[in-house]
Structures are given as structure tokens and as C-alpha cells.
Design a protein around this ligand. Sequence first.
Ligand SMILES: CC1=C(CCC(=O)O)c2cc3nc(cc4[nH]c(cc5[nH]c(cc1n2)c(C)c5CCC(=O)O)c(CCC(=O)O)c4C)C(CCC(=O)O)=C3C
Ligand SMILES: [Fe+2]
Length: 327
Amino acid sequence: MPDAYLVLSYGGPNKPEDVVPFLRNATKGKGIPDERLEQVGEHYYMFGGKSPINELNDELVEHLRDELARRGNNTRVAIGNRNWEPYGNDVIKALYDDGARDILALATSAYQSYSSCRQYREDIARWMGELDLPDLTIRKVRPFWGTEGFFKAILTAVSEGLSKAAEGSRLIFVTHSIPTAMDEASGTDHELTYEKQHHALAGRVATELGVSEWDMAYCSRSGSPRTPWLEPDICDHLEELHEQGVTNVVLAPIGFISDHMEVLYDLDTEAKAKAEELGMGFVRADTVGVDPDFISQLADLLENPGETFCSETCCWAGPKSPEFPAI
Ligand SMILES: CC1=C(CCC(=O)O)c2cc3nc(cc4[nH]c(cc5[nH]c(cc1n2)c(C)c5CCC(=O)O)c(CCC(=O)O)c4C)C(CCC(=O)O)=C3C
Ligand SMILES: [Fe+2]
């Protein structure tokens, strides 16, 4: 039985002075061109230099604590990030100093791929090496994209989105793009790849809602223009649909659990402007946020995590990855 739960997330800037150091942390060793970094910095400055992610994660943690307490489980729940304060290693150290020896971590990323799962495992392994606390164990819950509660919460959000839109609107699921090489390495015969996980979930939602025509599009592409990433980009896709005569769209951002900067900028700002330019009706469905089915699912996973180990054939990054960490 774990003596602490650790919610792991990406982190984001809280004020304009945080933007550059945050972006340096997020892109260390990633080969992201300076030009792209300047652009992304502008997205943050446009919203006052502050990402909503940290407050939204705090809200998630509060709801999780309440749900666990309702079940009589008062295990502490902390939040720690990869790229901003509170940093995961500092939070682990504080939990340890407070007596925790068996920590169960849960990442806010739903799908399995290097960026959304394996990299958190590597972070934990690196932090454990740095902290050197031999009597501390950390396990990580596996990605929850295939769970019932996440499905139900998305179903609710998409159904509400469709009800606000014009009859016959085209449903477009949107997620974070990743390099195609990262996608191909993210699963095997036994594990669906990142792209296929999204298709499986979206297909299930569409079937449940009786929607026969839907698409998958991607946002937030970065890296070198020569590296192939998952496509189509949402804005390119809106142009394509416009040419096909589609006049109304509903975007369902199933790749993000709450309204992160990608949702605020790439969808609510950029894609919305593109839709307006094309004269298309535009509705953005909610992210799952603190939907009760979602919170209850996360609490279930913390109480019954099942298999917490990802094999090397899961959420892998490809041949250039560091050594497979035993976490
Ligand atoms: C799959 C995936 C998710 C979804 C799963 C999840 O939710 O975790 C995600 C989430 C996020 N990504 C975020 C921000 C950024 N991601 C970047 C860069 C990258 N993301 C990637 C993948 C993902 N990222 C990849 C393959 C890169 C290229 C570099 C690398 O291999 O790492 C960069 C660098 C600049 C740029 O190139 O855009 C930034 C600033 C934020 C915070 C948002 C906020 O502040 O609200 C969040 C939640
Ligand atoms: Fe994994």
C-alpha cells in the first residue's frame, strides 16, 4: 500500500519571467529550432506569460483528494512537474522527509508514447539516482487512455460539444502531434501505438454517439521541419474540409486532460481564427478536466493500479533512447 501519491505533470510558466527558463527546461537536448521557441514563447506572452496548467493541476489534485477521502483513503496526494516548480525531484524528497517510502505516481498524460509515458519513467529513474534513497520505492500507473472513466468523461464532453453545434457538424478529434518515429516505437503487436490508441478511443466515442463521419487531426507540431510528425495539422485539415464543402466543425481535444496552453492557443486561438477565415462554424468541446467519471477513474487507478511496469516494447522512443530504466 503506497504511503503517498504523486501526480506527475509537464509544468508551465506562472508569470512572464518564467517563460524563457521554462522553455529551456522543456527543450533541453531536444533540437527544437530557436525560431519555434520564440513562437511558442509568444503564445505564452499572449496569455500574460502564464499557462493555466498549474492551477488546473492543483484543482485536479484537490478533487482527487476529496474523492479518495470520501472512500476513507487519506493517503497524501502531491503534485510534481518535469519542467517547472514544484519539480518532481523536490517533491519526492519532501515526501520522503515526511516519511513516505512507497510512492505511487500518476502522470497527467493519457496515452502511451515516449513523451507521455516513458520520459516520466526516465525522469523518476534519474531523480531516484540523484536522490540516492535506497529505501524508497516509486511505481508509476500505466497510461489511462483505455479506461472506462476516461471514455465516459470524453463521451460527456463530446456529446455536449455536438449539442452546441449546428446539425451535421463534422467531428474532429484533436491531439498533440509527435514525430512519426516516436509513434511507430510507442507500441507493438500487443500494444497499440499512440496514434492507434487515439483512433480506438475516438472510434468508440463516435460509435456510441452514432457519428459515422469523423477525423483525427494534430496540433502543436515542433522540431525540425525535415522530421516527419503525425498529420494532418488541424489548420491544414480545416482547409481540406472546407474544400470538401464542410461548413461546421466540432473540435474534441482528447489529447489533453485540461485546457493547457495548446488548447488555448493552437485550438481556441489559431484553429478558431482559421475556421472564421474559412467561414466555418466552430465549436470546441471541453477537455475532461475534473469530470466526476474521470476523477473517480483516477482514484480507482491509485487504489488499484494493476500492472505498473511498462515493458520495453511499450512507450519507447526508438533506437536512440537512453538505456531502458527499470521503473
Ligand atoms: C504527446 C505530448 C503531450 C500530451 C500529453 C501530455 O499532456 O503530457 C504534450 C503535452 C504538453 N506539452 C507542453 C508544452 C511543450 N511541449 C513541447 C514540445 C514537445 N511536446 C511533445 C509531446 C507532447 N507534449 C513533443 C514530442 C515535443 C517536442 C520536444 C520533445 O520531444 O519534448 C514544448 C517545446 C516547444 C515546442 O516545441 O512546442 C513545450 C513548451 C505542455 C505544457 C502546456 C502548458 O503550458 O499549458 C503540455 C501539457
Ligand atoms: Fe508506457
